[in-house]
Design a protein around this ligand. Sequence first.
Ligand code: ADP
Ligand code: MG
Length: 247
Amino acid sequence: MKELQVKDLHVEVDSKEILKGVSLEVDKSEIVALMGPNGAGKSSLGYALMGHPSYKVTSGSIVYKGKDITQLPPNERAKMGLFLSFQYPSEVPGVSMANFLRTAINSRRDKNSLIPVGEFVKQLKETMKMLKMDESFMHRYLNEGFSGGEKKRAEILQMAMLHPEMAILDETDSGLDVDSLKTVAEGINRLMNPEMGVLLITHYQRILDYVKPNKVYVMMNGKVAKSGGPELVQKIEKEGYEPMVIN
Ligand code: ADP
Ligand code: MG
C-alpha cells in the first residue's frame, strides 16, 4: 500500500468547491511532481493534506501510513511525519530562526525526549552549511527581511531539521535565481532517502531539471487532468497546459 493516498478528494473554501475529486498517491522513496497552471488548486491540496481548517473536505479521503487522517488535526499529522512548506512564509518578528526550529522539533517529541540544545545547534550548523547559509542566519528573526532565495533556503532548512517522512514542498522554486535553485534542489536531493516521500508542487518545469520526479501529476481546475512519468514534464514545456484542459 502506498504511503500517502488521496482518494477522490473534494474540498471547499467558503462554501466554494475548489478541489473537485482529486486522487493521487505518493510512496516512500518517491519524488512526485504536482504541476499545473496558477489557480489549479495545487496549494489548496497542500493545505487540505495538512488539515488547514479553512479547507473543508466535503467528500473523499486522505490515507497516510494506512490510517484515515481526513479528520485528524494538523499537529497530529505533523507528528505522524507530514510536512508542508509554505508558498509565502510569513514573517514572525521576535522569533529567531533557531528558536522557531527548536520549538518545531520539540513539538513533535514527547516531553521527556526533547532535543538537547548542543545536539540541536550542531545539527543546525551542519545543515546550514550544506545549504550554503551563513551561520548568522540562525539568530535572525523568522523571515524578517529575508530575500526570496533566503526564504526558500529557510524552508529546506526547516524540512532538513524536522526529518519529515512525507514532505509537501509548495513552489519551493519560485523566485529563485539559478544558483539558489541549484542549492535548494541539491538540498532536496541530499535529504531524500528511502524512508521519505516528496510531493513537489511547481508550475514551472525548471526545478525538475535538478530534482528528478518518479511520477508527474498535472492539475487543472481542481482535478488531476493527467498523470504519467517524467516525460510529461518535457511535453508540458513544449506544449503548455492548454492541450490538457478537460471540461
Ligand atoms: P494553485 O496553487 O494551483 O495556484 P490555489 O490552490 O492557490 O491554486 O487556488 C485554487 C483556487 O482556489 C483559486 O481559484 C483560488 O482563488 C481559490 N482559493 C484558494 N484558497 C482560497 C482561500 N483561502 N479563499 C478563497 N479562495 C481560495
Ligand atoms: Mg499555489
